[in-house]
Design a protein around this ligand. Sequence first.
Ligand SMILES: O=C(O)c1cc(=O)[nH]c(=O)n1[C@@H]1O[C@H](COP(=O)(O)O)[C@@H](O)[C@H]1O
Length: 233
Amino acid sequence: MLTADRIIVPLDVPTFAAAIALVETLPDVSFWKVGLELFVSSGPEILAELKQRQKRIFLDLKFHDIPNTVAGACRSAAQYDVDLLTIHATAGRRALQDAQAALSEATEPPKLIAITLLTSLSSRDLAFDLKVPVELPQFTLEMALMAKECGLAGAVCSPHEAKQIKQLCGQDFLLVCPGVRPHTISVTGDQKRTMTPADAIKSGADYLVIGRPITAAEDPVAAFARICEELGT
Ligand SMILES: O=C(O)c1cc(=O)[nH]c(=O)n1[C@@H]1O[C@H](COP(=O)(O)O)[C@@H](O)[C@H]1O
C-alpha cells in the first residue's frame, strides 16, 4: 500500500457542500473520514457521493450505548458499504460482541474498530476526571485486548500506545491513530497524546487520521504532499 493511502483525512465540516469542496481540493486523498459533525448535519448522502468517487470511507460515529442499541446501529451502518466503523470500547464486552455479531450478518461488513481512549485525554484526565485507577498505557491495552477478544478488527489509539498494542494483539490487529502532528506544527489544539506521522508509522500505526494539519493549512494540497514526503512516498 502506498504511504499516502495510509492517511485518512476527516471531513470535519458542517455541510455537504463544504465536504465536497474539501474532497475536490484534495484529489490525492483516497481515504476520507465522515464523523459526527457532517453525518448529523447532512446524513448518509455524503457516503454515496464518496463511493461514487471511488474513495474509501471511515464512518466514525463512535457508538456508545447498550448492547441492543449498538447492535441495531451497526446493522443500520452496514447498509452503507463503508470500510471502517467505530464503537467505544468502554461500551463494554457485551456491546462489542453484539455489535460485531450484528455486522457479521452483512455480506460485506465494515471493519469494526474500538476507541480505546480518546487522544484528547491525558493520563491526568484519566486519573482525576474519569477516576480510572490504572496507568493510561495499561488502560488502552486492556481496551484493545477486549476488542480483540470480542472479534473486532482493530482499535483506535494514540501512536504512543501503538507499539505495545501491536505486540500483544498481533500484527493483523488494525491500528488507526489520530493525534498526529507533523514536526512543523507546534500547536496540538485539543489533542493531548500526539506524535509525528513518521514516528506514528514506525510505532505500528496502520492508518493515520490527520485533520487540521492538512485541512486548516493555508495550502492543504502542499500540507498533504509534505506529510506524504515525510513518510517517504
Ligand atoms: O475516532 C477518531 O477518529 C478519533 C479518535 C480519537 O481518539 N481522537 C481523534 O482525534 N479522533 C478523530 O480524529 C480526527 C483528528 O483531527 P485533527 O485533530 O484535526 O487531526 C478528528 O476527526 C477526531 O474526531
